[in-house]
Each structure stands twice: as C-alpha cells, then as structure tokens.
Design a protein around this ligand. Structure first.
Ligand SMILES: CC(C)(COP(=O)(O)OP(=O)(O)OC[C@H]1O[C@@H](n2cnc3c(N)ncnc32)[C@H](O)[C@@H]1OP(=O)(O)O)[C@@H](O)C(=O)NCCC(=O)NCCS
Length: 383
C-alpha cells in the first residue's frame, strides 16, 4: 500500500498533528521496541479481516510489531498463526512464523529481532506451551518484552477495552490508584480481571517502562495514533519526588530530560537558577521546575522525556504539583500542541504573537504582573 494512501487513511482516524506526533515517536524508538500484539484464537477467528488490515497499515508505515497468538487459549494457536501468516503474505506483507520450541531463549529473541530488522512481522504461536499454566505463558511474554525492550503490549479484545457491566469501557487504568478498586469492585468479567492481574504483573516485573493496552482490532490504529486513544491503557502510574532545589538531583539527567522533551539544548546556566521546587518522576522521565518571582510562582519548565510523552507522566506530575501550588503562571509557544490541555487546566490565558501566558489560582491583581513577568523571562534554549 502506498505511503501516501496510508497517511491519508490515518488522518481519517485521528488529527494530522497527532498522527505525525505518534509516527515521529514510534520511528524514533528502536525498531524492535515498537509493540507486541497478543491476538487470541477468537480474534483470529472472528476479526482476522480488521486485524490483518491493522498489520498491513503498520507494516506500510515501517512499524513492525511482534504478533503472539494463543496467550490465553494456546490450543489451536499454530493453525491460527498460520492463517494470519497466509493472509499477510497474500497481501505482500512480509511475515514469518518463528517457532517457539522448546521455549523462548536469548537466541530466539535474537531471531525475532533480526526478523523485525528485515521489516518482517514475526508471528509466535504459544501452542507448544499449551500444557503450561497461564502464568508460564505470561512469563514467556515478559521475557520477550524484556528482550526486545518493547514499549507497548497490546491485548486484542472482542470488546472495546476493559469493560464493567453495562458501562462504557475504561479509558485508562492507573495501576497505582485504580487497580485494587477495580478488582475489589468485582464488576470486571473473569477474563478481564485476569488480564488486569497479569497485565499488572507484566508491567511491574519488566525492568523497563512498558504500557499495556486492551483494544478491539477495529480501533487499534486509533488507539496507537491518537492522544485520547480508543481502548483501555493500563499504565504504572508515576512516583513523583519533590525536591527543594537542584542540589539533591542528578543535574546531568535533569538536563538530558529537558533537552529530550523540547528537542533543543539548554543555554548554560539555566539550571543554576534558584528553583524553589522541582518535581521529578523517579526515573527522570518527567519534571516540573518552579521559580519564585516577585509576582508569584512561575512554572518555568514542564517536560516529559520524548520517548515517554503521551503516557500520562505529565498528568501525574501536574496533579502532584497543584496539591502544593494552588496558584502559579506559565507560558507556552502558541503552536505547542499541549495548549488545549493547558486551557482545560488553567483559569485563563492571554495570547501574544510569541507566547501564550496561562495562569491558575491568581487573583485579578496578580494577573497582569504575572503576564508581564512571563513575557519578560529569557529564552532558555539555544536556537
Ligand atoms: C507537555 C508535556 C510535559 C505533557 O506531558 P505528557 O506526559 O506527554 O502528557 P500526558 O500523557 O500526561 O497527557 C496530559 C494531557 O495532555 C494531553 N496531551 C499530551 N500530549 C499532547 C499533545 N502532543 N497534543 C495534545 N494533547 C496532548 C493528553 O491527552 C492529556 O490530556 P487528557 O488528560 O485530557 O487526556 C510533554 O508532552 C512534553 O514534555 N512536551 C514537550 C515539552 C513542552 O512542550 N513542554 C511544555 C512547555 S510549556
């Protein structure tokens, strides 16, 4: 399929800016880290058409996921994997069945990696482990995810995502805050409760940061290429540390994080400013730096590592920050795509050609001086 047709198709799925953003993010990652997609026999039986269309589009975009068949129901997975393979080959989408005998081992992970580097979708059937318990198959999945440093594990579902009786699907599960409540509530189906439990274990035990998604194959592309997504995103939830000044922080990591987020180098001396408070995600994937000014608190930098953007870390930082700082102001470029979210989370905005200045919790008297202060602040990045 021609690249232009694919891009046009994606734009019908989400806004052009979002699609471009995600394409850029996915392409900036290591090729083999893009995603592992788990498809049950049921999906292959009932939704092979949309699923194979998803794979065709992803392959056309140069994104190569690993497909795992038979995680929950390994019986018959060989045959189902062969069907997916046939359909893909019929459409000239490069794909290859990678046999899983006797188990996953470092050489096998290497084969998967090499297959991906040849732009060929590896298909793994878990039928050889059909007599093992579900835990063992999830352990295999974890080895694969760890070996490839996969960023995303997608569980295809016949439902729209994780669903509770009669309610719309759950868009996001933050494991820190939602997990116990969801399982205790007893409203998830047995299979979804099991998926959530195993998904949490997978996320907790994988050494790098990974998210899980439950989504219908009809919505997979919308899930991957739009900010709001379309299925259920299961994420760890960030631990945010609060520092009173920079001395207790790793300055080089903080600088690398900010430069990765903005895609530009910081000018010398910016991190020497007397920041009153710095909130940092525990692995330096996100930070909010606050300065005290004569007219109130200024959010001087708000940044999430480029590779981790759109996964909720910014939102986690924000909610910790506003607990301690009910009032502050900040500025952003008019073209910054985050502006809609700033509007939702601020009390007001003043728009100027070079900057939009936002505020939250300020009194009427504080607003004008805050705007002046924000507009007069120096540019902190090298052009
Ligand atoms: C702005 C930034 C800190 C947000 O952090 P993040 O971890 O990517 O954001 P989250 O995933 O927590 O999303 C928070 C909200 O912003 C929205 N959002 C995130 N990225 C977005 C984008 N590129 N375009 C539009 N909305 C976006 C999310 O949908 C979410 O909204 P919701 O709560 O209504 O669903 C991060 O994208 C970043 O570092 N950007 C580059 C640096 C920058 O521009 N910083 C701000 C300068 S003022």
């Amino acid at each position: 399929m021609e690249a232009e047709i694919i891009t046009r198709f994606l734009e019908s799925v989400g806004q052009k800016a979002d699609v471009d953003l995600y394409l850029k993010l996915f392409r900036a990652q290591k090729k083999e880290s893009f995603a592992v997609i788990c498809a049950s026999a049921r999906i292959v039986q009932t939704a092979l058409d949309p699923f194979h269309f998803d794979l065709r589009i992803l392959s056309g975009l140069g994104l190569t996921p690993v497909v795992v068949v038979g995680l929950f129901e390994p019986r018959d997975a060989d045959r189902q994997a062969a069907r997916v393979h046939e359909w893909l080959l019929e459409d000239q989408v490069p794909a290859q069945i990678v046999p899983l005998l006797p188990a996953l081992s470092p050489p096998l992970i290497e084969v998967v990696r090499e297959t991906i580097h040849m732009n060929t979708i590896p298909l793994l059937s878990l039928e050889p482990s059909r007599d093992a318990p579900l835990e063992a198959r999830f352990a295999l999945l974890r080895e694969l995810v760890t070996g490839l440093e996969s960023r995303k594990v997608v569980f295809l579902s016949t439902s729209a995502g994780l669903v509770r009786d009669g309610l719309p699907h759950i868009p996001v599960v933050n494991l820190e805050s939602d997990y116990d409540r969801l399982l205790r509530g007893g409203t998830l189906t047995r299979q979804h409760a099991s998926l959530l439990r195993h998904g949490k274990q997978l996320i907790d035990l994988t050494p790098h940061r990974v998210t899980a998604t439950v989504v219908n194959p009809l919505q997979l592309l919308r899930e991957l290429f739009t900010i709001n997504g379309a299925g259920t995103l299961i994420r760890k939830g960030s631990r945010v540390e609060s520092h009173r000044g920079i001395d207790s922080l790793d300055r080089a990591r903080l600088q690398a994080l900010i430069e990765s987020a903005f895609g530009r180098s910081l000018k010398d001396g910016v991190l020497d400013r007397p920041f009153e408070r710095i909130f940092v995600e525990e692995n330096y994937l996100g930070a909010a730096l606050l300065l005290q000014t004569p007219v109130g608190t200024c959010l001087s930098k708000f940044a999430v590592d480029r590779q981790a953007q759109g996964e909720g870390i910014g939102g986690d930082l924000w909610s910790v920050m506003i607990r301690d700082y009910p009032s502050f102001f900040w500025r952003a470029r008019p073209t910054n795509p985050i502006s809609t979210w700033y509007l939702k989370n601020g009390d007001g905005v003043a728009r100027f050609p070079d900057w939009h200045v936002y505020w939250r919790g300020l009194t009427v008297d504080q607003i004008e001086p805050a705007i002046r202060q924000a507009l007069a602040a120096p540019i902190d990045f090298v052009d």
